[in-house]
Design a binder for this molecule. Sequence first.
Ligand SMILES: C[S@@+](CC[C@H](N)C(=O)[O-])C[C@H]1O[C@@H](n2cnc3c(N)ncnc32)[C@H](O)[C@@H]1O
Length: 402
Amino acid sequence: MSDLPTPEPEALAISQELGAVIGQRIERAGGWIGFDAFMAAALYEPGLGYYSGNSRKFGRGGDFVTAPEISPLFGACVAAQCAQWLEGTSDGVIEFGAGTGMLAAHVLNELSRLGFDEVSYGIVELSAPLRAVQRHTIEALAPHAITRVRWHDELPRRIDAVVLANELLDAIPVRRFVLDGPRVLERGVARRDPAGVDSQDPFAQAFEWSDRPAGPDFEEQVRRALERSGWSSDERATPYESELGEQARAWVETIGASLGRGALLLFDYGFPAGEFYHPQRSEGTLACHYRHRVHFEPFFLPGLQDITSHVDFSAIAAGAAAAGLDPLGYTSQANFLLNSGLLERLGQVQPEDALARARQSQAIQALVSEAEMGELFKVIAFGRGLADDALGFSRGDRFGAL
Ligand SMILES: C[S@@+](CC[C@H](N)C(=O)[O-])C[C@H]1O[C@@H](n2cnc3c(N)ncnc32)[C@H](O)[C@@H]1O
C-alpha cells in the first residue's frame, strides 16, 4: 500500500476521527461488528464517511469515473428508455444516489428534446455535500429544468414514476461470509492490538478481519443465495469467501412495494448468482477505489476510499419478485445503450473538430467495449402496469439467466 498517494493532513485527521468512532462502536459491541456496519460507517457516517464527507470522489481528480461522467450520450439513452415508460406516471423520474448530478442533467436535457418538458425529477441522496454539487451541475447544464428538480429525504408511500439508479447497489453495505468445510462463518471486523499499529504510519490499519459462527438467519440466507447459484457444495473448495447483499435486495423490495405504476431501472457491475458464487471466485468481489487505483484492503484509510461489492443480480431479481414487480429486462450495458439508439445519437452529435471527435469515440469505446464497461456493467429493469416491450432490452435480453 506504500505506493499509494499520501492524503492531505486534514483528510488524514478526518479518517483518524472516523477510525476512532468505529473503534468505539466495536468496543461497545463487545469487540466485533459485522462488515456491513463497518462499510456503512466508512461510506456514510455523517460528516466523516466517504460519501457524506467533502472529499472529491468522481471524475478525473477523484477516485473513479462513472458512465454519466464519461459522455452525455449515456444519459440520452437512459432518457429514451424513460420516455417510453413515462406516459401515465404522474411522479416523473426519481433518481437515487445521483452523484455529481450529471445523469440528471443529461436525462432532463434529452427528455426536453423529446417533448417531455414538464416532467418532474426527484433525487434521493444520502450525502448533503453531494446534494449541493448536484444542484450546481443541473443549474449549469440544464438550467431550464432546475425548477422541476426536487430533493427528497424520503419517498412517499406510493410512487408512480420511473425510478433510476446508476452504481447505487454496489455502494450499499454487504455482509461477508466464509465457508469452512461444512461450517458457515460470518466475517466481521475487530480492532487490531494497538501495540502492533505504528501510530506514525498514515497507512497503518487499525482494524482486522475476525470470523465467528454465522447466526441461524444469516446462515439460512447464505445457503439460499448459494443454492440460487446452481453450484453444489462439493464443487467449491473451502475456505471460500464472499458477500451477501441483503440490504441491496431489501432496498429493491422496499422501492418495489411503493411503486404503483412505473419502472425501476438499475445500472451496475455484477453477475447472476451462478457467476457471482462461482467456485473459482473464492475471495468474493469486494474492492476499494482510491485515486483511480483498485485494491482489496477495506480497512485502509476509513472514509477516504470507496468500498464496493459487485451485485448479485439474481438476488435483486428475487427481491423485485417478492415485491410483485414484473421483469422488464436484464442485459449488458453495451446492449442496452445500442438498443436505446446510441449509434443513431452519435450520428446526430458528431463534433466538427477532429480532437473532439476522437474524444467522443474514446468515450463510446469506454461505455460499450467488452474490455471496459460494456459487458461487466449490467442493466436490469422491473415494472408494474407497463407493457413488456422495453426499448433498451429489445435485443439480448438475458433475464432468463438469473
Ligand atoms: C458510486 S456512487 C454513484 C453516483 C452516481 N449515480 C454516478 O453514477 O456517478 C453511489 C451514490 O449512491 C448514494 N447512495 C448510497 N446509498 C443510498 C441510498 N440508500 N439512497 C440514496 N442514495 C444512496 C451515495 O451517496 C452516492 O451518491
